[in-house]
Design a protein around this ligand. Structure first.
Ligand SMILES: Cc1ncc(C[n+]2csc(CCOP(=O)(O)OP(=O)(O)O)c2C)c(N)n1
Ligand SMILES: [Mg+2]
Length: 558
């Protein structure tokens, strides 16, 4: 049956299992848009307002489901806007495919209108970048893009679609659904070595990273850790991958790492790292483990052989999938109960923080949310100091999810919440946003309105780019530069997009406002009046400034 490249692409994606896509239109891929004309309910096209938002949605969809998030954008300008999502999917190890309309093949190489060299531009940013020149090879390349995105260390793939390729007719066969690829299983001999190394350990820890876990794999790892009594630390922003209520869970190795987590990683003698990409945040700037050979014995398990030995030379490297390894680990007996119990006590104690200055106290708000939100809640956030609340003051059970960018990209939270809500309309989705963070992608409220996606968005409005202000006060005290925000009336902005919106100016008002937000059928924005002084849970902005001034003074005297 003859059909054009656009129709064939959509047919192939549906065969592979795509049900949602996110995009902004362009004349470069009209044939794809035309093919999507009749696929609503089978392959939805969520119409976005900026490609940055669309690409974030696709990256978040990939992180949430383990299937590639599909994004469609136009050439040059559209692709440029989408790069932030590609970078974020890469750092998060999230599967994603960005399809980009491309100029016609006859125009290439002349710096034609909106021309981009995709292989060059995305070559270092994405896991793979490719262009389909011949429509008869479209099924082959799309299948490879899909399996590249989900296999090994998952990541983003960029596929450029020349306009004339998309309009060329072909009768080549499309794709048929395939069984999911099985995980590489661990070598039995290596597992014996792991068991022996852990049995001899004085202070072992498990460090786990994200993506590709199944519910069974997570349950297996938890059973292994609990029976063995080994403390478990989550890598940066992957604390939702292990049951935080378990007595072995002791915290997240991420930005603003708590002192007891640093101590655990520094003082451990054996680390079992599963699925971890060793990033700067998880290693406290590559200081907790020395490069390239850590003092601690490192057992590094990863589904991609390219991660093992990338930065750290492991004592034992195992190229295997996380679930396959978790099911194969046999419990270890050791005398480290006080090591674990002490770490857990520190983890629990970190939920206690002093009352925050200002009208809305996030310690109290997050405590209420922790006790109230449904078990299968999805929390999202972008970047800013406000992320400490969903990242450090929430406990993720086995069904809860956190969509938070390892890339530290501002503006991710709202698009991620929209992606979560179109994927799971019945689950409660709460986006934490800063006033700066929210304005990176607030236009996507229009996307949410149009798609019928109804997240609850909390804007923690402190009137500043707080993270940068805090750095400024610590480094250049009293010299505020480029960090004060003049903000819109957020409530009116949200209302103009059909959202229920309220401004909360007292802690005591929050629960009722949140209940109204939950009850609204429109999605809701709650703007919380946060004092700029409440910049971190345990140190105010003034305290930071005073410490920096005192140290400047001391240096001047010396
Ligand atoms: C896209 C992007 N641009 C800039 C930054 C640098 N940056 C990190 S946090 C931050 C300020 C965040 O402000 P806000 O969202 O208001 O949160 P707050 O820190 O005030 O809680 C900035 C500018 C970034 N991480 N990402
Ligand atoms: Mg702010």
């Amino acid at each position: 049956m003859a059909r054009n490249g656009g129709q064939l692409l959509v047919e192939c994606l549906m065969a592979l299992g795509a049900t949602k896509s996110f995009g902004v239109p362009g004349e470069s891929y009209l044939a794809v848009l035309d093919a999507l004309h009749d696929t609503a309910g089978k392959l939805d096209y969520v119409l976005c307002r900026n490609e940055g938002g669309a690409a974030f949605m696709a990256a978040a969809y990939g992180k949430l489901t383990g299937l590639p998030g599909i994004c469609f954008v136009t050439r040059g300008p559209g692709a440029s806007n989408a790069t932030i999502g590609v970078h974020t999917a890469m750092q998060d190890s999230s599967p994603m495919i960005l399809f980009v309309g491309q100029i016609g093949t006859a125009m290439k190489g002349r710096e034609a209108f909106q021309e981009f060299d995709y292989r060059a531009v995305f070559g270092t940013l994405a896991k793979w970048a490719v262009e389909i020149d011949d429509v008869t090879r479209l099924p082959e390349i799309v299948a490879r893009a899909w399996s590249t995105a989900i296999s090994g260390r998952p990541g983003p793939v960029v596929v450029a679609l020349p306009e004339d390729m998309l309009t060329t007719e072909t009768d080549v066969p499309g794709l048929v659904a395939t069984r999911p690829m099985s995980e590489p299983a661990p070598d039995a001999h290596a597992l014996v070595e792991v068991h022996a190394m852990l049995a001899e350990a004085q202070r072992p820890v498990i460090l786990l990273g994200g993506t590709n876990w199944t519910a069974q794999g997570r349950a297996d790892l938890q059973a292994f850790a609990e029976t063995s009594g080994i403390p478990v630390i989550a890598a940066f922003r992957y604390q939702d991958q292990f049951d935080n209520h378990s007595s072995v869970f002791v915290g997240e190795a991420g930005v603003g790492m708590l002192a007891h987590v640093k101590t655990l990683i520094r003082d451990t003698d054996v680390i079992l790292a599963i699925n971890v990409r060793f990033g700067e945040m998880t290693t406290d700037g590559y200081t907790l483990l020395s490069v390239p050979t850590p003092r601690q014995k490192l057992i590094h398990v990863h589904a991609s052989d390219r991660e093992i030995g990338k930065i750290y030379v492991p004592a034992i490297g195992i190229h295997a999938g996380p679930n396959a390894v978790a099911s194969a680990l046999t419990p270890v007996n050791g005398d480290w109960s006080s090591w674990r119990a002490n770490a857990r006590a520190h983890y629990e104690a970190a939920f206690e923080a002093p009352a925050q200055p200002g009208s809305v106290d996030m310690v109290a708000v997050t405590k209420w949310l922790r006790e109230t939100l449904p078990k299968d809640v999805i929390l999202t956030n972008g970047a800013g100091n406000f992320t400490v609340w969903p990242n450090k003051f929430f406990k993720y059970g086995p069904e809860a999810r956190l969509l938070a960018p390892q890339s530290g990209a501002m503006g991710y939270g709202l698009p991620a919440a929209i992606a979560a809500k179109v994927t799971y309309p019945d689950r409660t989705v709460v986006c934490f946003a800063g006033d700066g963070d929210f304005q990176m992608n607030c236009q996507e409220l229009g996307t949410a309105m149009q798609a019928g996606a109804q997240p609850i968005i909390l804007i923690l409005n402190n009137g500043i780019y707080g993270t940068i202000r805090a750095h400024q006060e610590r480094t250049y005290p009293e010299r505020i530069s480029g960090t004060s925000l003049a903000n819109p009336v957020f409530v009116r902005l949200a209302q103009s997009y059909g959202f229920h919106a309220e401004r909360v100016t007292a802690t005591a008002d929050f629960p009722a406002a949140f209940e109204r937000a939950l009850a609204s059928r429109t999605g809701a924005v709650l703007e919380l009046d946060i004092s700029p002084e409440a910049i971190t849970p345990r140190q105010t902005l003034s305290q930071m400034r005073d410490i920096a001034l005192a140290s400047q003074k001391a240096k001047a005297i010396a």
